[in-house]
Design a protein. Structure first.
Lengths: 306, 44
């Protein structure tokens, strides 16, 4: 008797996500003339928060980084300062929650320029390292301390808090603003000191880690991803895994940019909703639902082998 | 049954955002965003 025939597996559809990521990276940093003028873009639209970690001191940045804006709001939230009256960070917090309640962490997978950089660098051939799951909880610590508690509680001689995450950690700021501004603004160069070298060293370490591991910054440090990840289970956009169809082949994890087992938790806070797993799954077990419509990669519905 | 939680979250989020805008927070964010952030670039 003949053995069970292997299911005919269609080719994977072409992944166009990188083009979207590139388009968003350029679109969020579109004011190219600033590079030649040696200054940052100062248009009135720059108060609009962008859905990604994109430093507003990047010369061509068109919008405001929500994490930087949130820290600034908390840093200025003092009831004894007249300038800080009624500034609670509600605009930024509402913006983050609105995006989160519609699509959860999806901007991390499709929009964030820093996530895109990590994925590009990870394509460089090298030994690859997995990140222990326990390390992914560190991003909540970063969020709770450097973005919320420290800006609120530790004040300088003028009564203001600092932007601790931007100042001590954010490698996106160093890459997108620190290095470019030093290149185009000669008057800033004499100010280089310990902090600059600290952030430069941190950036170099992260860049090396990007080559070795899948989106390590997003998974272990990023406070923006930590916030949006909390909405994954409650957002309008939902991922779903059909246990009847899933063979636990792990093909989805192999292709996943954040190395998760989506079949264990379809709406995990670690998932950036890039939808790569939907097209990776040869059995059509992974789908997504938005506003009542369920989608699964249409050409990939083959039967689970007996 | 349609899930109500995301819609409630969205409505609350947009309301919070609107209150922030009414309090002039857009201006505060803009002022920060158009000034070179010394902390961000490592010389603050």
């Amino acid at each position: 008797m003949a053995a069970n025939p292997k299911p005919t597996l269609p080719k994977k559809p072409r992944d166009r996500r990188a083009w979207y990521q590139a388009a968003f990276a350029l679109g969020l940093n579109a004011w190219i003339p600033s590079w030649f003028k040696g200054e940052i873009f100062q248009g009135s639209v720059k108060g609009v928060c962008v859905p990604g970690l994109n430093c507003y001191s990047c010369p061509s940045a068109m919008g405001a980084c929500p994490i930087g804006a949130l820290q600034t709001a908390f840093g200025g939230l003092r009831f004894n300062l007249s300038v800080a009256e009624k500034k609670f960070g509600l605009y930024v917090a509402g913006f983050l929650a609105a995006i989160g309640s519609v699509v959860g962490r999806m901007p991390c997978g499709w929009v964030c320029p820093f996530g895109f950089i990590q994925e590009l660098l990870h394509k460089i051939p090298s030994p690859k390292l997995r990140i222990p799951h326990a390390m992914t909880y560190f991003r909540y610590f970063v969020l709770a301390t450097t973005v919320i508690a420290l800006p609120l509680l530790v004040v300088d001689q003028f009564g203001y808090g600092q932007t601790w995450f931007c100042k001590w950690i954010c490698p996106a700021g160093t890459l997108e603003a620190g290095i470019p501004l030093m290149l185009i603004k000669a008057d800033l160069r004499p100010l280089i000191g310990f902090m600059y070298y600290w952030k430069l060293g941190l950036l170099v370490l992260f860049l090396g880690w990007f080559v070795l591991s899948r989106r390590p910054f997003c998974r272990t440090v990023c406070p923006l991803g930590a916030i949006w990840g909390l909405f994954n289970k409650a957002s309008l956009f939902r991922m779903a895994v059909d246990d009847e169809k899933c063979t636990l082949c792990d093909m989805c994890r192999k292709d996943c940019p954040v190395d998760i087992k989506i079949y264990e938790s379809a709406n995990s806070p670690d998932c950036v909703r890039c939808l790569k797993c939907v097209s990776s799954c040869k059995f059509g077990a992974i789908s997504y639902e938005f506003l009542g419509k369920t989608e699964v990669a249409p050409d990939l519905r083959v039967k689970k082998p007996a | 049954m349609r899930r109500k939680l995301p819609w409630v979250l969205l409505a609350v989020s947009l309301s919070v955002m609107a209150v922030g805008l009414l309090f002039g927070e857009y201006r505060s964010v803009l002022e920060k965003a158009i000034t070179v952030c010394l902390d961000c670039i490592g010389i603050g």
